[in-house]
Structure formats: structure tokens, C-alpha cells
Design a protein around this ligand. Structure first.
Ligand SMILES: Cc1cc2nc3c(=O)[nH]c(=O)nc-3n(C[C@H](O)[C@H](O)[C@H](O)COP(=O)(O)OP(=O)(O)OC[C@H]3O[C@@H](n4cnc5c(N)ncnc54)[C@H](O)[C@@H]3O)c2cc1C
Length: 376
């Protein structure tokens, strides 16, 4: 078969790119090796992040944070899109942006949070410092030893089980064709664009968008293109539903944590804890990390010690060492685009796709990618 644009990957980056292209009347085909939304986009913790993650600020330092800064503008723009996407797609995506709280239990952590906030504010991220008293007024569920923190009103959550399917369904309504259970095996350049070998036959496309998430480097390598992106196994835990307790997205400067309460009352506990990869490639929950994650959560919100953990799961995130996205046309490979936002690619999914669609349409992206993407 032939198509104008072939999108590889049925996660949020691919489904939303297909949607924005279909909205512009482009003939687009999306190919997914499994079913839609079965990898990182459907298995993530649903946080809408805008700020720099605290553990990375501490480990990589302020110079790295300043270099990462322009990427924050994309996260701010994506957060604004999340506010409207549900209405646009006609699906309630359970978006709730009640703000993110990064809490401190020591003066040293407070200074680190303030140093991070100074950099973030320079790139348009609203962060307010809260002392113990105002923090408690915001968040009475926090432990007594919390002395203050940073509040980012833009942050919150959305439902990962709903977002990508909603983009995909809207893309189909606009004429996009979606082929699941179809694996890309090889990509070669031809005079009219690209010839893509799948396990269900050959597709010829004028342009290709590689939105294969953690597997994007393998797809790029089929064309001889090397990209610095790895798949990193992570785990998340969910508790039984409890009475409304935590309206915010909560982080801790004392240890890795992201904590939020979903629409149905369950608390989602994660924060970048690594899962274990078995020799045969399967992922399993790392029990020490599960324990560490739960200890951090209960230390921040003691009521959680009474909530039963129901389930932990694992999935592979797309990671880059410098945390920067890779969005754009690959030099020397006209018509071959990468649409990759690492680590927090659920939050950034809408803007990643919007900018990718701009580039595929041959327009300057509506936000500058300079200092953001290695391909700009
Ligand atoms: C456990 C976990 C928790 C996370 N929590 C958050 C969070 O709270 N907030 C946040 O912003 N981000 C979070 N992330 C990160 C976020 O989920 C990802 O960055 C984002 O979903 C990446 O989207 P994607 O569409 O690029 O990739 P994916 O969702 O991985 O989609 C890529 C698709 O490409 C398909 N594919 C791969 N190879 C082929 C092939 N050869 N042929 C056809 N199809 C192929 C895959 O099957 C997959 O469906 C988390 C990630 C994990 C793993």
C-alpha cells in the first residue's frame, strides 16, 4: 500500500501526531506493533509535569538545568493544551491541574528547591515558595516534619488510559488509517520517499514519523541513523481507592517520589523507580524499589500507610541522558522525522505531536526548538 505520511508507534506521540496531521487533511497511516496505548503511554503514572524533576536537578546540577531550561517552555505549552484537549477530542480525560508540590524536610532541601525555582521561573514556569504554615494550609495531609516547599500551580494529572485512545479515535474520524498488530521490520530510502517492510506487507510513504518511544533508536538504526535514546524499565504502584485525600501532584526532595490520587480515589505512587529486566527481556517489579517507593510515599503522606497497595506494574520509558527531546527531520534523510520526548513524554505528548505535525507540513514549528532538540 501507499500513504503520504506513515507514523510509527501507537503511543501518545504517534496517535496525537496522526490526529494533528489528519486535521490538516493529510493522508496518514499509523502502524503499531501491539495494540494502541499498550506501552509507556498507557502504563505511565499520569502526572502532568511542568517543573524540572528534583532528583535530576540535584544529580546533574544547575548548569544542566539552565541548558534544559528551553525545554520547560514546551512543557508549559503542553500543559495549556491539556486544559483544552478533552473538549477538542470529545472525551473527558480526567485532567485536573491542582498544582504540584515539591516538599522539603530540611533547610538544605529548601535551598535546593529555591535554586531550582529561580532557574525555572526564567523559562516561564510559575513556582511559589511556601513556608511550613502556608504549605499546611494547602496540604493538611502532609507529614509533620515537612518544613516547606515549592508549589507549581500548573501541574496535575490526566488519565493515561484515555488520552491516547482519544487522540487515535479522533484521528480516525478525520480520515487517518490505523493498523495495529503490525510490526515495522525495515525502512529504506527510495526515490519517492521510504519503503517500509512490515510483518503484514510493504508500505511506501512519502514521509515517515518515528514515534516509536523506547524502540525509536532501533527504528532509526534501520536507516543507519544513530540516536542517543535508551529504553529504561520503570515501575508504578497503585493503592485501593481511598477517600479524597491528595488533590495535588506531590514530589519529595528527600527521595524519589511522585504521588497523586486518581479520579477513582486510588493513589498512584511512582517517581522514576527502576524495574528489573530479566535475562529473557521480561520486566518485573524490583521489590527493594517497591519498598523504597512506598516508604517515601508514607513518609510524605502518613495516611497512605493505611492504604493497601493493590498492584504494581512495569513499562519501558524512552530516556535520553540530557533529558532533551529529539524532534525534527533527520539531516540527510529528507522526510524522515523523529517525534520523541523522553522521561515525561506523557505530559509533553500534545506539544510534541503539534510541533512534529508543523515540521511534517513543512512549516516552521509554532515554538522554537532551538536549544531544545538536537535536530533544531
Ligand atoms: C512506568 C512509567 C511511568 C511514567 N510516568 C509518567 C508520568 O507520570 N508523566 C509523564 O509525563 N510521563 C511519564 N512517563 C513517560 C511517558 O509515559 C513516556 O515518555 C511517553 O508515554 C512516551 O510516549 P511515546 O508515544 O513516545 O512512546 P510509547 O507510548 O512507548 O509508544 C511507542 C509505540 O511504538 C510502538 N513500536 C515500537 N516499535 C515498533 C515497531 N517496530 N513497529 C511498530 N510499532 C512499534 C510501541 O509498541 C509503542 O506502542 C512514564 C513512563 C513509564 C514507563
Amino acid at each position: 500500500m501507499k500513504t503520504d505520511v506513515l507514523v510509527i508507534g501507537g503511543g501518545i506521540a504517534g496517535a496525537a501526531t496522526a490526529y494533528y496531521l489528519a486535521c490538516e487533511g493529510v493522508e496518514v497511516t499509523l502502524v503499531e506493533t501491539h495494540d494502541l496505548n499498550t506501552q509507556a503511554s498507557g502504563a505511565n503514572a499520569g502526572s502532568i509535569h511542568v517543573q524540572i524533576q528534583h532528583p535530576e536537578f540535584v544529580s546533574l546540577g544547575p548548569d544542566w538545568a539552565r541548558a534544559y531550561g528551553p525545554t520547560l517552555r514546551l512543557l508549559v505549552a503542553s500543559q495549556k493544551m491539556w486544559l483544552e484537549i478533552g473538549d477538542e477530542l470529545g472525551v473527558d480525560l480526567d485532567v485536573k491541574l491542582a498544582g504540584g508540590l515539591l516538599i522539603a524536610t530540611t533547610e538544605k532541601q529548601m535551598r535546593q528547591i529555591e535554586a531550582k525555582a529561580r532557574i525555572e521561573r526564567g523559562f516561564g514556569v510559575p513556582i511559589e515558595m511556601l513556608d511550613r504554615h502556608s504549605l499546611r494550609a494547602h496540604a493538611p495531609y502532609l507529614a509533620d516534619n515537612v518544613i516547606g516547599g515549592g508549589f507549581c500551580p500548573a501541574e496535575g494529572k490526566a488519565n493515561p488510559l484515555k488520552a491516547t485512545p482519544a487522540f487515535a479515535a479522533a484521528a480516525q474520524r478525520r480520515g487517518a488509517s490505523i493498523r495495529t498488530q503490525t510490526r515495522i521490520l525495515a525502512v529504506e530510502a527510495i526515490s519517492t520517499g521510504y519503503r517500509i517492510q512490515t510483518d503484514k506487507g510493504v508500505i511506501e510513504a512519502r514521509r515517515v514519523v518515528n514515534a516509536a518511544g523506547a524502540a525509536a533508536a532501533q527504528i532509526a538504526a534501520m536507516l543507519g541513523v544513530s540516536i542517543d535514546l535508551q529504553g529504561v524499565p520503570l515501575q508504578v504502584t497503585v493503592t485501593e481507592p481511598v477517600a479524597p485525600l491528595i488533590p495535588h501532584l506531590v514530589y519529595s526532595a528527600a527521595g524519589k517520589l511522585s504521588l497523586k490520587q486518581a479520579h477513582n480515589g486510588s493513589c498512584l505512587i511512582g517517581g522514576g523507580w527502576h524495574a528489573q529486566r530479566l535475562p529473557d527481556g521480561r520486566l518485573v517489579t524490583n521489590p527493594q524499589h517497591l519498598t523504597g517507593n512506598m516508604i517515601n510515599a508514607a513518609a510524605v503522606a502518613p495516611a497512605l500507610a493505611q492504604a493497601r497497595a493493590l498492584r504494581s506494574w512495569t513499562a519501558t520509558v524512552n530516556g535520553t541522558d540530557d533529558w532533551k527531546p529529539i524532534i525534527g527531520e533527520v539531516p540527510g534523510h529528507k522526510g524522515f522525522f523523529l517525534s520523541l520526548f523522553p522521561w515525561v513524554g506523557f505530559s509533553a505528548g500534545p506539544i510534541t505531536a503539534r510541533l512534529t505535525a508543523d515540521l511534517v507540513m513543512g512549516r516552521p514549528p509554532r515554538m522554537s526548538l532551538e536549544g531544545v532538540s538536537a535536530l533544531a
